[in-house]
Design a protein around this ligand. Sequence first.
Ligand SMILES: Nc1nc2c(ncn2[C@@H]2O[C@@H]3COP(=O)(O)O[C@H]4[C@@H](O)[C@H](n5cnc6c(=O)[nH]c(N)nc65)O[C@@H]4COP(=O)(O)O[C@H]3[C@H]2O)c(=O)[nH]1
Length: 773
Amino acid sequence: MGRCVDRPGGWRVPALIVAAYAVLAGAAGAALAGLTGPTPAGLMLEQGGVAAVNALALGLWLGRAGRRGRDAGAARAMARAFDRLAADATLAVHVKDRDGRIRLFNPAARRLFGPGLVAGADETALRPAAEAAAAAARDRAALAGGLREDEETLTTPAGPRRLGVIRLPLYDGDGVAVGVAGLARDLTEAEAAATALRQSESRLRALFDNMLGGVAFHQPIREGGRVTGFRYLATNARFEAETGLVDVVGRRVDEVLPDLAARDRRLVEAAVRVIEQGRPERFDYFFHILGRWYEVAMFRTDDGLLGVSFHDISDRKSAESRVEHLAFHDLLTGLPNRRLAEDRMSQAVAHADRAGSRAALLVLDLDGFKAVNETLGHEVGDTVIRGVAARLRDCLRETDTLSRAGGDEFLIVLTDLRGGEAASAIAAKILARVAEPFEIQGLGLVTTASIGIAVHPDDGEDFATLLKKADTAMYQAKAEGRAGWRFFDERMNRDVAALLRLRAGLRRALDRGEFELHYQPQLDLASGRVIGAEALLRWNHPDLGRVTPDRFIPLAEETGQIVPIGAWVLEQACRRAAAWQGEGLDGVGVAVNLSAVQLQRDDFDHTVAAALARSGLAPDRLELELTESVLIKDAEPRLAALSRLKALGVRLAIDDFGTGYSSLSYLKRFAVDRLKIDRSFVADLADAPDDDAIVRAVIQMAHSLGLRAIAEGVETTAVRERLRALGCDEIQGYLLARPLPADAFAAFVRDHHAALDSAGGAVPSLPILANPA
Ligand SMILES: Nc1nc2c(ncn2[C@@H]2O[C@@H]3COP(=O)(O)O[C@H]4[C@@H](O)[C@H](n5cnc6c(=O)[nH]c(N)nc65)O[C@@H]4COP(=O)(O)O[C@H]3[C@H]2O)c(=O)[nH]1
């Protein structure tokens, strides 16, 4: 040991320390003397002297070593320790005498032990009694037994703190322990940090083991400085469930998955890249070997491992691809939808421009499909749509696109056409194929379609324009009798615009009271009396004036509005006919035209019964006129509906008889009361022998079935007389009167009957009444 200085009072401290005090503390050096005085004043070194105090403490401690060794080696060790300690200002140092009284302490000690730490105080000034006693006991043990290290609790007003304390006995020149130096370090934060670290590690471990996805750490295998493979180092519990791979830890990845490099090269490349470049990567990957989709995150840990976290997203991927498919396809038929058709049309246009050819867009709409759906149900409707889709596909080339745009509408994109006419050939082929009967639920169902065609570049460049024009052409095809195809042309565009205007107006017409019923008299040829009236609907359009039923009834049928409109007609007609009974028109019934769509409604008989009940009209004064086509299509369901109507007591007539293909058996089964001979046979009856033969046959057939025959469209007395000669029962036509407003009709009948009565029952020669129809 170096030179030691004997201090009064027997304290022996290394000269180096003393020197340090002298230099660093100046006056403190003097105070140090007090340390050994009879009433030690104590010393607290201020800033700058801290290291010295620490050094002192260690010096005192090492002094003991010096005392024992007193050699140069120990002195050097002390010097080194001095240096180290000088750098450490955080150690709390306090020195107590044998009696446990504080003699010396540094600022760190004051900070740690608080203001109770003053010279002359003992442990009881620093901490609660029990703690103080334990600390004093440890001091005593150090005095007696030498250096000791303890961990102990120091209770402070701010809470308990954990201390690591080294106690060094201090010896006088005779080797008698005279005091204890305590070097205390506050471990509270460090312990808290260690605890936090432990907890955090255990949390991470729990997370690792309980993650919903698989995690694996891999040790890269290097050859010649390059990463040539990986070895599984750790996997979590989920790893096995996600991959089906077991007991992989410790094994090389290419041993566990020998095909990896060949089949999943991208994955291996990503792993090597992450290790070599250190940048994490994240991607969705179809793992060929495992045949499943995974979302993968790869990262390099600080210690150079490859971390891979992943989870199986195969279900999500297949849901995504389903959603994607749905976004571009129709659910019912699996065909591309309108969005995809739009895309294909753009491609077809681009191709046509490059190749100098044409592309066509066809809009196909089934005729009367609404009726199929409503009468036979949606299941049958769906079957028809699927059947039509299959037939359409048969008619097209691979390069064409067939799409279902919704409902009963299909779009067809034809590519690479030499001329627009090629599109018409395909349209004709399609129409013929669609019109072949379907055999569904034992029914032979015939459906036709109408097609509109727009051609690029003639009709436009883009999908929207071509679609609008093809649509217009399709409407035109419908308006011209359906079951046909039309190319777009500008005139057609105007017609369709007018049609659309009508359609829009029709929606509001009922609410706005724009409908009116006219009544056309029906005359019994034998008696010359008016026995009934046909109710004929008129639409007084606010801008277009009077719109004829031939124009708007098909529209109303198409949109289904015929149902409320037809109900209104029934209600009005029944009320009016009921009123006639009290107005001198007793016995005059009313005939109402029915559309097939109305009959398809299950509740139609209720509508009729309600109209009768509300008006008080006797059921046999109401006649319902059906066209032949109503009877031939889907006869069986109709039969039930008509039977219910017959059960109400109303009469049935077949309108336009002769134009369709009514089977005689149906006429009987439907319990029809009257046949109405179509005016196309009646108009030229007097001059056309064919018509004469037909009318004669119809009248005879009616009579043989016990039905009455009425001829419509009678315009001349010659026709009337011919009908009379052929035995026709009743007539209706301009010869007698045009359809008349209700009041005019009542007046007409009264006048007619008055004239008849005054003529003594002889049939008057009837004028052709020129009333506005
Ligand atoms: N050239 C000529 N024509 C004559 C003569 N006598 C009557 N007409 C017309 O012939 C049509 C007879 O009606 P329809 O065959 O049932 O044909 C009707 C009927 O099928 C339908 N319709 C009219 N009202 C209704 C209705 O309320 N409901 C339904 N579903 N259809 C109706 O509209 C069609 C046309 O009705 P309108 O235009 O009123 O035309 C009426 C009538 O004005 C004549 O001597 N010569």
